[in-house]
Write a protein that binds this ligand. Structure first.
Ligand SMILES: Cc1cc2nc3c(=O)[nH]c(=O)nc-3n(C[C@H](O)[C@H](O)[C@H](O)COP(=O)(O)OP(=O)(O)OC[C@H]3O[C@@H](n4cnc5c(N)ncnc54)[C@H](O)[C@@H]3O)c2cc1C
Ligand code: SF4
Length: 553
């Protein structure tokens, strides 16, 4: 096996966290190697939006662009909570029986240069400052070992690099600088939602979006096609490939190796990691490194640490606390959709373009700790083409089906909600004892249970969403939520950040307590998930902060 020359740092994974850390290290003069398990995509050719059958394919499609995982225990459904069952007008209930199920694929992500940001719709949020102090202020969940003020300069830096378009103010999230770009104009469905929300005295506003409202840094403005989660062919969406990776490569100090999954770590001197092994073109390769940054995402990062055991680390790397894989947090989500008379062209526009933060603080929902937010969701949940209407809104065949699609197309309005998920004992990632990849590495296995607080939060999210649709005069046609349908896009927590090495995996600068040269810069480190904030901006801000800590020693 060839041992490669040393880089100043090796980064595992080219997603929101890995790309941002690599960019900052390159900017500070270090030579960095990124090892990325998935392919490099060509947006113009691979994202299919130019093809007549575009709607049949959900990105990512090419083989090898999704990681290995299996689904373990998801829990039982209590008939007392039946009001939360997912359904649509064309198919009836989406999940039958009393067991919670994983929607195909259950855990949505992309393996590739850009990671899951290639799939994301680009909401770009800062954490609510109080969501980082859940335990001390509300006696639930866990505190972050840093506060909002410590992250604020890094939020600003990342927003300016990525090109975030947003409003002047966002309540509790104070800003030292305005967003670099003005907010986007609301789409037709968002305008209806804004009007209904305001009649209900809710404070709705433009969402902060990593999509360009005007040309920026050599990238064009958004064309409002609405299909961000199928991959953005224009490159205006601020995914990690066209932002952090592009900038880092321009420095001349970044080497990216796609299709090179890392499989093994080797110990170095004094409790460090000395080298990593990866597969390149079916051959095992090894690279030594003084700094290793693990950013494979909240599912694959614990898998790599747990699967790598040796005499010194029988429970896996970085795992003296036994916390690797614990504290997993899935996406607590809800959406309600309805047909609105007089609405047209609701399929077009930027996804999630308006938002309501009224219930996002940890104590904002009556009777339950942990917040949520509401947003326009028509495009995000896929009402962007006729197949969605034919299969979800209209029933029947032949002429009846055609007429149904003709009369309903562009009239669906959806409201979505995402809420806090507090860690619990039954929610974790471990290694599947029966499924291994071709190299013998066990698949990661996802277990998730909803506790009573999550169910109560979901009920609030559902009732507010229905209230909004009723106010807009909508006729309900679909509802979907995390009660029966495990469908995670935001995943966190499996290598928690904290000051105490007995209860956390990394410190406040994302350095592993157990290995002085191993850093984790992905969503694994979040101690709490926030009240529905989209995570990528926080992941990138933490990663840049970690890179600064590495450089300053
Ligand atoms: C449909 C969808 C919509 C979303 N919308 C939003 C949104 O609007 N806003 C937002 O902030 N977030 C959104 N998200 C979530 C967001 O994309 C993720 O939270 C974020 O990308 C996670 O960053 P990460 O660095 O933790 O992991 P990722 O971005 O997933 O990156 C991990 C990388 O590591 C690589 N990797 C894994 N294993 C290995 C290995 N063994 N060797 C080498 N490389 C490896 C993977 O291939 C991947 O490229 C969305 C996600 C989805 C799926
Ligand atoms: S809506 Fe805008 S950001 Fe989203 S895919 Fe289309 S062009 Fe890209």
């Amino acid at each position: 096996m060839a041992v490669k020359k040393r880089f100043d740092a090796v980064v595992v994974g080219a997603g929101a966290g890995g790309a941002a850390a690599a960019w900052r290290l390159c900017e500070q003069g270090l030579h960095v190697l990124i090892l990325e398990a998935g392919p490099r995509f060509n947006p113009g050719a691979d994202y299919r939006l130019h093809r007549p059958d575009w709607e049949r394919f959900l990105f990512p499609d090419p083989a090898g662009s999704r990681g290995d995982f299996t689904i373990g225990t998801l829990g039982r459904l209590d008939p007392a909570d039946e009001e939360l069952r997912s359904w649509n007008r064309a198919s009836g209930p989406l999940v039958r029986g009393n067991m919670r199920q994983a929607a195909n694929p259950g855990y949505w992500h992309v393996q590739g240069v850009g990671g899951s940001t290639l799939h994301f719709v680009g909401e770009s949020h800062r954490m609510h400052p109080d969501a980082m102090k859940l335990a001390s202020q509300h006696g639930a969940g866990c505190d972050w070992p840093l506060d909002y003020a410590g992250l604020e300069p890094y939020y600003t830096l990342c927003e300016n690099l990525v090109g975030v378009a947003g409003p002047a103010e966002q309540g509790a999230r104070w800003r030292s600088q305005p967003y670099p770009l003005p907010p986007h104009p609301p789409s037709p469905s968002a305008r209806k939602l804004l009007a209904a929300g305001r009649r209900l005295n809710m404070k709705w506003q433009e969402n902060s979006r990593a999509a360009l409202s005007m040309p920026f840094d050599g990238r064009p403005a958004c064309n409002y096609c609405g299909n961000c989660s199928r991959g953005c062919p224009l490159g205006d969406k601020g995914s990690a490939d066209v932002t952090f990776i592009r900038k880092a490569e321009a420095s001349g100090r970044l080497t990216v190796k796609p299709l090179c999954p890392v499989v093994r770590f080797h110990s170095g001197a004094g409790g460090t990691i000395g080298s990593v092994e990866y597969i390149d073109n079916k051959k095992l390769q090894r690279v030594e490194t003084p700094i290793l940054i693990l950013a494979a995402g909240a599912v694959q990062t614990p898998r790599l640490l747990l699967a790598n055991r040796n005499r010194l680390y029988p429970e896996g790397f970085a795992n003296s606390s036994g916390q690797v894989g614990r504290n997993f947090m899935e996406t607590l989500s809800w959406s309600s959709s309805g047909l609105v008379a007089g609405l047209s062209h609701s399929h077009a526009g930027l996804p999630a373009d308006v938002i309501c933060w009224d219930f996002n603080a940890p104590d904002a929902i009556p009777g339950v700790i942990g917040g949520c937010r509401f947003n326009s969701a028509t495009q995000e949940i896929g009402f962007t083409g006729p197949i969605a209407y034919a299969s979800r809104v209209v029933s029947g065949f032949g002429a009846q089906l055609k007429n149904g699609v003709r009369t309903t197309f562009g009239r669906v309005m959806s409201v979505g909600a995402i809420g806090e998920f507090l860690p619990n004992e039954g929610t974790y990632v471990d290694l599947d004892p029966s499924r291994k990849d071709r190299l013998g590495m066990p698949f990661p296995r996802l277990h998730s249970q909803l506790e009573r607080g999550e169910i109560q939060r979901l009920k609030f999210m559902a009732s507010q969403s229905r209230r909004l649709l009723k106010e807009a005069g909508a006729e309900l046609v679909e509802e979907a939520g995390a009660w029966d349908n495990f469908s995670a896009t935001h995943v966190f927590g499996t290598c928690r950040m904290g000051n105490n090495p007995k209860t956390s995996v990394v410190d406040s600068h994302c350095r592993c307590h157990d290995h002085s040269n191993l850093f984790i810069t992905d969503a694994s480190v979040f101690p709490s998930s926030g009240g529905g904030e989209a995570p990528s901006l926080t992941i990138s801000a933490l990663a840049v902060r970690t890179a600064d800590a590495i450089v300053s020693g």
